[in-house]
Design a protein around this ligand. Sequence first.
Ligand SMILES: CC(C)(COP(=O)(O)OP(=O)(O)OC[C@H]1O[C@@H](n2cnc3c(N)ncnc32)[C@H](O)[C@@H]1OP(=O)(O)O)[C@@H](O)C(=O)NCCC(=O)NCCS
Length: 144
Amino acid sequence: MTDIQAVPAPLNAETEPCGDLCIRTLAMPADTNANGDIFGGWLLSQMDIGGGVLASKIAKSRTVTVAIEAMNFRKAVYVGDLVSVHANPVRIGRTSVTVHLEAWVLRRKEKLSILVTDGNFTYVSIDEQGHPQVIQRDDVPVSA
Ligand SMILES: CC(C)(COP(=O)(O)OP(=O)(O)OC[C@H]1O[C@@H](n2cnc3c(N)ncnc32)[C@H](O)[C@@H]1OP(=O)(O)O)[C@@H](O)C(=O)NCCC(=O)NCCS
């Protein structure tokens, strides 16, 4: 059987990151928008990269991003912020994996990190031709 198995969504109290750390990087001047703040697209790409690493680990294959949903840009990010992305799988389907991603920042002179962005990223396991392929799950017998 290769059917969907839901994994419980994370309980996010917004007090501490949910999921494993997958990216940690510093927001740099080159990542700013016209206002001088960090460009949302840069943050999104960091989250996409981090989630893709986890998705590929779960799928044991390369993956592509098929959808990004429920994005919340809660707080601005500034040059010099230390950005940490945390990933938590919330759904493993037949060929896809949905990962809840959170970006937290630690500001200079601050002691506590804050949640700046979160969302659900769905990745599809693909074969050499770029076609979706069934995720071989360790805990579920897979038929041909
Ligand atoms: C991802 C891709 C291979 C899927 O091909 P497809 O023929 O549409 O695949 P399917 O319709 O069989 O869907 C595959 C899986 O994706 C899921 N999916 C497709 N569209 C989705 C969406 N909008 N939201 C969530 N899941 C979606 C399906 O539910 C299915 O999951 P499941 O097998 O676990 O149930 C193809 O759309 C593609 O190559 N897209 C471009 C990917 C890319 O370049 N990403 C980077 C963008 S910058």
